[in-house]
Design a protein around this ligand. Sequence first.
Ligand SMILES: C[S@@+](CC[C@H](N)C(=O)[O-])C[C@H]1O[C@@H](n2cnc3c(N)ncnc32)[C@H](O)[C@@H]1O
Length: 376
Amino acid sequence: MDYTDRNQGISDIGASHGAAGHGRAKRLVGRLPSPAIPRRVRAVDLFCGIGGLTHGLRSRGIGVVAGYDADPSCRYAYEANNDGAAFVEADIRELSYRDIEHHYRGADVTVMVGCAPCQPFSAHTRRNKERHDDCSLLDEFSRLVQQGTPDIVSIENVPGLARHDAFTQFTRRLHDLDYDVAYEVLCCGDYGVPQRRRRLVLLASKLRNASIPQRQAATPTIDSFIRDLPAVGSGQSHPSDSAHVTLPLSDLNYRRMVQSKPGGSWKDWDEDLISACHSKAYYPAPYGRMRWQAPAPTITTQFCYYSTGRFGHPQQHRTISVREAALLQTFPPTYALIDPNAAMPIHKIAKHVGNAVPVKLAEAIGDAILDAACVR
Ligand SMILES: C[S@@+](CC[C@H](N)C(=O)[O-])C[C@H]1O[C@@H](n2cnc3c(N)ncnc32)[C@H](O)[C@@H]1O
């Protein structure tokens, strides 16, 4: 059965805007479809993870019909929360556009989105050791765009990608393929995400000129997102929610946590708890606790470890739980994360949550896609 039929309203959107009033829409104006025709906007999410980006786009009515990812442990959360979107386990390097084009059957507007991970690696030479990033997966995404030239393309990535050759080549290829391209490093807090996270967002369109999502709000603080959750101990999970779970602290780290102050660091501890590596540390962020009235630091894939950032709960003697991290990533409280019928190590689901595009940022990207698709 066709996806659109099963998900009423999600991908059939009556167009209400044409080019009029869009100041920059000159070069592409001739390609605008008639605004009177209802539009089926269909998207495929490459490198979909557990579906942060998919979920935000769908909540804006974009018909994300499939997500592709090489890690099968993302399947449960992706499919359980995105009814009708298929999770396809696949290595993007082995795909051609032919493998995915059937997802666009019946679409008026085709959209390809993707968050290709760039892996840092160290290159050792005789004289120096530098950090580099392997962005070859962005090249793979770019290859699929070139093969299929979908109407709209969007990527989200770390801010540093903007300085990378792979990004320059990607945008050059988009221009060569006659896309209008816009990109910017955004503060996720401006879109209702209670974090200091910054991300590069790019939108490219063959229909209407692309524009970056408008800033929407002041950065919220964490208290309205996680204060009401029930208390849970270090190394425990709450009976009402298997994702409200934390990794255990060692005895030494528990004693350190007890002495940590919200917004503070290891500098708050008694001398005997400080080890040599702490006093040699260049910055005090590890072993911190969050403050209720502040945004969280960027939720990374490592948030379940006390030693990797300011991931201590503001009051309880533990790191934030997987559920709390998901809420700070603006996933809805009901987002199912852990398959009740399969064992999933906590660090693995934590990695998927930290990797996700915050849902509220994804919603803003969705609005920008709909603008480019002429359906808002
Ligand atoms: C940054 S995460 C994507 C997050 C996702 N967009 C979300 O919002 O939840 C990158 C994903 O790329 C996947 N990945 C890495 N290499 C891959 C490859 N060669 N083919 C397919 N997926 C890959 C990882 O498993 C990971 O889930």
